[in-house]
Design a protein around this ligand. Structure first.
Ligand SMILES: Nc1ncnc2c1ncn2[C@@H]1O[C@H](COP(=O)(O)OP(=O)(O)OP(=O)(O)O)[C@@H](O)[C@H]1O
Ligand SMILES: [Mg+2]
Length: 405
């Protein structure tokens, strides 16, 4: 069937859906503005951090050396947004002035390996590096000679740097903090970003002192600050009058009550907008924010369940089968039984204790320690999610189909 015949038939389900989409009042002007990738033009309440980073990097514009920086603060406090914003402004200024400043950015969690981290830096200075295959020393040599040849004043942002340190140690950072000693021309400044300062313990003291020559702290936002941030972003993202101020206040209050996380606030507003639009509502109201809260939590749980390793899925099933709070021993017995049913060797009870705590942290199980006075303590474990939902998701896993009710 060709396209015109399909369009002409009118009654088909897609035509109805598309038709509704066209005729419904759209609330969003530009939904992209509330997605994670978007870096806003203005970042209120981060003037101090922007100025500090700008100040620290500005010698690069005079082709002089500058300090390395460490940016830290809890999740959603604007570290990534601010770093990208300053890099963008720095490169624009450098172009205006005609000076050779190069800005490179990588998220080490997304990059995954030391090789990929260096690859991203190489790409920014136009070094020719294959996707895989070279020795690390060869890669860094190519990057260094490019920086030297071009006389580039380079700033390299390594976002979520704790991931790199935990997964690969600090060899690469050691090397990068030493590069300037070897460069005859050009320079490289490092910016590390993290929301988890424990990684500092894994660093060689020399690497640590070099990386954190200057530190910039990102405090959590207050609910009032989140409200102002959301108001600004809503103005660009939504049509005029499409958002009830009460809805914004509620997003800000909910995100502020946790730990001042702007990502959470922005997510709430975006999902509330989607819920309202799908409902055909004339504007986003606080009831949509409440629905968004449920939806985000539900999506998080579904995602967490779906990505569990097999043994942890079996543990969730074993705990569900118990039908109420049960002891580690009871859960372990059922888990072992399930393992045999699917043809796996059960892990030791000790390992299982550790996995149970992880499932607790994910908010999938609740493990309570009950004290029996001098008779010791036992864990009471129960599943926090409806069995129906768990079974529905686990049914996607072919190994588990045979043991589901
Ligand atoms: N001051 C602000 N004004 C406008 N939007 C902001 C501001 N601060 C943060 N945001 C937005 O909030 C979201 C989270 O910010 P960002 O990604 O920078 O957090 P982060 O500190 O890097 O968190 P994480 O440690 O989890 O990586 C982004 O969508 C960002 O655009
Ligand atoms: Mg970030």
């Amino acid at each position: 069937m060709d396209g015109s015949a399909g369009a002409a038939s009118g009654g088909d389900i897609l035509d109805q859906i598309f038709g509704r989409a066209i005729s419904a009042k759209t609330l969003f002007r530009d939904r992209r503005i509330l997605t994670h990738e978007y870096v806003p033009e203005r970042l209120p309440f981060r003037e101090r951090q922007i100025a500090a980073i700008g100040e620290a990097l500005s010698p690069l514009l005079r082709q002089s050396k500058c300090s390395n920086l460490l940016l830290y603060g809890k999740t959603g406090t604007g570290k990534t947004a601010v770093a990208k914003y300053v890099l963008r402004r720095l490169t624009v200024k450098a172009r205006e002035l005609g000076v050779r400043v190069v800005a490179a950015y990588t998220n080490t969690r997304v990059a995954g390996t030391e090789y990929r981290v260096l690859f991203e830096l190489g790409a920014a200075v136009d070094a020719r590096i294959p996707f895989t295959g070279l020795a690390l020393s060869e890669v860094s040599q190519r990057v260094i000679s490019k920086i030297e040849q071009g006389g580039f004043y380079t700033v390299f942002v390594m976002d979520e740097i704790d991931f790199l340190v935990r997964s690969a140690g600090d060899d690469l950072l050691y090397e990068l903090t030493r590069v300037n000693e070897r460069l005859r021309r050009g320079f490289i400044a490092l910016i590390g970003i993290s929301n988890d300062l424990k990684f500092k313990e894994f660093l060689d003291p020399r690497v640590l002192s070099s990386l954190s020559e200057e530190e910039v702290v990102f405090p959590p936002y207050t609910a009032e600050e989140l409200r102002v941030i959301l108001l600004e972003r809503a103005k660009e993202a939504f049509m005029e009058g499409a958002v009830d101020p009460a809805a914004i206040n509620l997003c800000a209050a909910l995100a502020g009550a946790e730990h001042g996380d702007a990502r959470r606030a922005v997510d709430l507003l975006r999902v509330a907008g989607e819920v309202a639009e799908r409902e055909g509502a004339p504007r986003v109201e606080d009831k949509h924010v409440r629905l968004a809260l449920q939806k985000i939590e539900q999506d998080r749980i579904v995602e967490a369940l779906r990505s569990l390793p097999l043994h942890e899925k079996l543990l969730v099933l074993a705990t569900l089968e118990a039908g109420g709070p049960s002891t580690t021993g009871q859960v372990y017995a059922r888990y072992s039984h399930l393992c045999r049913q699917v043809g796996l060797d059960p892990l030791t009870q000790r390992r299982i204790s550790g996995l149970l705590s992880e499932l607790d942290l994910l908010g999938l199980l609740d493990t309570d320690v009950v004290s029996h006075g001098r008779y010791g303590r036992t864990k009471r474990i129960q599943v926090l999610i409806e069995g129906r939902l768990v079974y529905e998701i686990f049914r996607e896993d072919p190994v588990l189909r045979g043991v589901l009710p």
